[in-house]
Design a protein around this ligand. Structure first.
Ligand code: DAT
Ligand code: MG
Length: 146
């Protein structure tokens, strides 16, 4: 089993697409372990996108991520990292396949609705950055085997 961090970015919250995005991840078969709404601090956003700090769009990306509330979530499942990235679609919504969140709901590369960790290692770092261990719940679904 893998865990991965998902953020509904400020554009997704402002467009009232939180439920739509959660619904798609639930229907994919992933399990929700933690969720909260918060307006990220600059420091949190900078740590989150640390690996992109030399890219020209980085200042604008930090401004965007801190511009309003986001919904941060941890989802679990087999190959959850890859499954979430597939359900999100390509970074640029114009290149994202129809049927994906970004391909169906977005047009703008920065306002691309949601974030998903890009590897199991990144996922571990990001889950620990956004959540404390007490904020994550381990539970068993009725349709899971023992
Ligand atoms: P992803 O969110 O698909 O993992 P990423 O980690 O490469 O993509 O980039 C993080 C975010 O930065 C991305 O969701 C949107 C923004 N971004 C990426 N490439 C960009 C570009 N060329 N111009 C503007 N924003 C960009
Ligand atoms: Mg990324």
């Amino acid at each position: 089993m893998e865990r991965t961090l998902v953020l509904v970015k400020p554009d997704g919250v402002q467009r009232r697409l939180v439920g739509e995005i959660i619904s798609r991840l639930e229907r994919r078969g992933l399990k929700l372990l933690g969720m909260k709404l918060l307006k990220p601090s600059r420091s949190l956003a900078e740590k989150h996108y640390e690996s992109l700090k030399d890219r020209p769009f980085y200042p604008s990306l930090i401004d965007f991520l801190t511009s309003g509330p986001v919904v941060a979530m941890v989802w679990e499942g087999p190959k959850a990292v890859e499954a979430v990235r597939q359900t999100l679609g390509a970074t640029d919504p114009l290149k994202a396949a129809p049927g994906t969140i970004r391909g169906d709901l977005g047009l703008h590369i920065q306002m691309n609705l949601a974030h998903g960790s890009d590897s199991p290692e990144t996922a571990e770092r990001e889950v620990n950055l956004w959540f404390s261990p007490e904020e994550l719940v381990t539970w068993k679904a009725a349709d899971e085997g023992s």
